[in-house]
Design a binder for this molecule. Structure first.
Ligand SMILES: [Zn+2]
Length: 283
C-alpha cells in the first residue's frame, strides 16, 4: 500500500515503550489522526525533531491493517514555531489551542477549516504578543466549526432580535441551550450568565468573519470579561469537562485580585439571584 501524505500539526505526544512515541496530529485531510513513530525516542535523527508539540509538518504515514494507529514514516518540518517555545505564556496559550483541538476534533473526520484555524492561531502566537482575546476568538471559532455556534442574533425563546430586545442590562446567555435569552424570558431558577448585546454581537461577528480579518477585531474589557465568563464554561458543557490547560493558564498567570480569577472561582454555573431579575409583566 502506498504511503499517504498530508499537512499536519502535532497536538499530543506520548512516550510509548522504550523507543517509540504515540503522536496525535491535527491533519488537513484526515482530521485528527493518531500514529506510532517507531524509534522516535531512541533516534532523534530519524525524525529530525519534527515531532515536537506545535510542529507543523508534511507528514508521511502508512495505514496499518486492523489497527487504529497509523505508522508514522517520516515528516518534513514546515514550521516549528520557535518563539512559542521561548515564552512561557505562549506555551500555555498554545497548549490550550492544542488541547481544545484534541478534545473537540473527531478522529478521521476531515475538517480542513479547523486545521487552517489552528495553523493561523499558532502562526500569530509565534509572531505576536499573547493576548487573552485571541483565546476567546479561538474558542468562538472552534465552537462554530464543530457545530456548537452560540445562537446570539435573537432570543432563543421569544425569537425577538437585537433591535427588539434593545440594549440594556438584562440580556443573558443560557449555557444549557447555547442561546441568548432576553430579560423578559429570563425565568427564576434558570441558569443564566449576563451577556450584553454588544458582546453578543461581537461573538457572533467573530464566529463568522473571514479568518484573515479576525486580527482587526478588538474586545473591550467588558466583552472580554463576559466572554471569559461564558465561553470556557459553554465549552466545558459541550466536552463534558474543564480543560486542564485552561486551568493551568488561570493558575499561572492570573492574580487573586484580577477579575479573571473571581469569575472562574464561581461555582460551575452562576445562578442568577431571582430578586434582581426584571419581572415579565405578562406573567
Ligand atoms: Zn425572549
Amino acid at each position: 500500500m502506498p504511503p499517504f501524505t498530508t499537512q499536519a500539526i502535532v497536538i499530543r505526544s506520548l512516550n510509548y515503550g522504550e523507543s517509540d512515541k504515540i503522536i496525535t496530529f491535527c491533519t488537513r485531510d484526515f482530521g485528527k489522526l493518531k500514529g506510532i513513530a517507531k524509534g522516535a525516542r531512541r533516534s532523534k535523527k530519524r525524525f529530525q525533531n519534527v515531532l515536537g508539540l506545535f510542529s507543523y509538518l508534511r507528514l508521511i504515514f502508512f495505514e496499518r491493517e486492523g489497527m487504529g494507529l497509523v505508522r508514522v514514516e517520516s515528516g518534513d518540518l514546515l514550521q516549528s514555531f520557535p518563539r512559542i517555545r521561548e515564552d512561557l505564556r505562549k506555551i500555555y496559550y498554545g497548549n490550550y489551542y492544542l488541547e481544545l483541538m484534541n478534545e473537540m476534533a473527531g478522529e478521521r473526520e476531515a475538517n480542513p477549516e479547523a486545521f487552517d484555524l489552528l495553523l493561523s492561531f499558532l502562526t500569530d502566537l509565534d509572531a505576536m504578543a499573547p493576548e487573552e482575546e485571541r483565546l476567546r476568538m479561538f474558542e468562538i471559532r472552534m465552537l462554530a466549526l464543530f457545530g456548537y455556534r452560540p445562537y446570539l442574533i435573537r432570543c432563543g425563546l421569544c425569537k425577538r432580535d437585537w433591535g427588539e430586545i434593545k440594549e440594556g442590562p438584562a440580556a443573558f446567555f443560557s449555557l444549557d441551550k447555547g442561546t441568548l435569552i432576553c430579560g423578559k424570558c429570563a425565568k427564576h431558577g434558570v441558569e443564566l450568565v449576563s451577556l450584553s448585546l454588544g458582546t453578543a454581537r461581537l461573538i457572533d461577528h467573530v464566529s463568522q468573519t473571514e479568518l484573515s480579518k479576525l486580527g482587526r477585531l478588538r474586545f473591550t474589557s467588558q466583552a472580554l470579561a463576559e466572554s471569559r465568563a461564558i465561553l470556557p464554561r459553554f465549552i466545558a458543557h459541550q466536552v463534558g469537562k474543564e480543560l486542564k490547560s485552561l486551568k493551568a493558564i488561570r493558575d499561572k498567570f492570573e492574580t487573586r485580585s484580577s477579575n479573571f480569577e473571581t469569575i472562574y472561582e464561581m461555582p460551575a454555573l452562576e445562578v442568577l439571584n431571582p430578586i434582581r431579575l426584571p419581572r415579565n409583566e405578562e406573567e
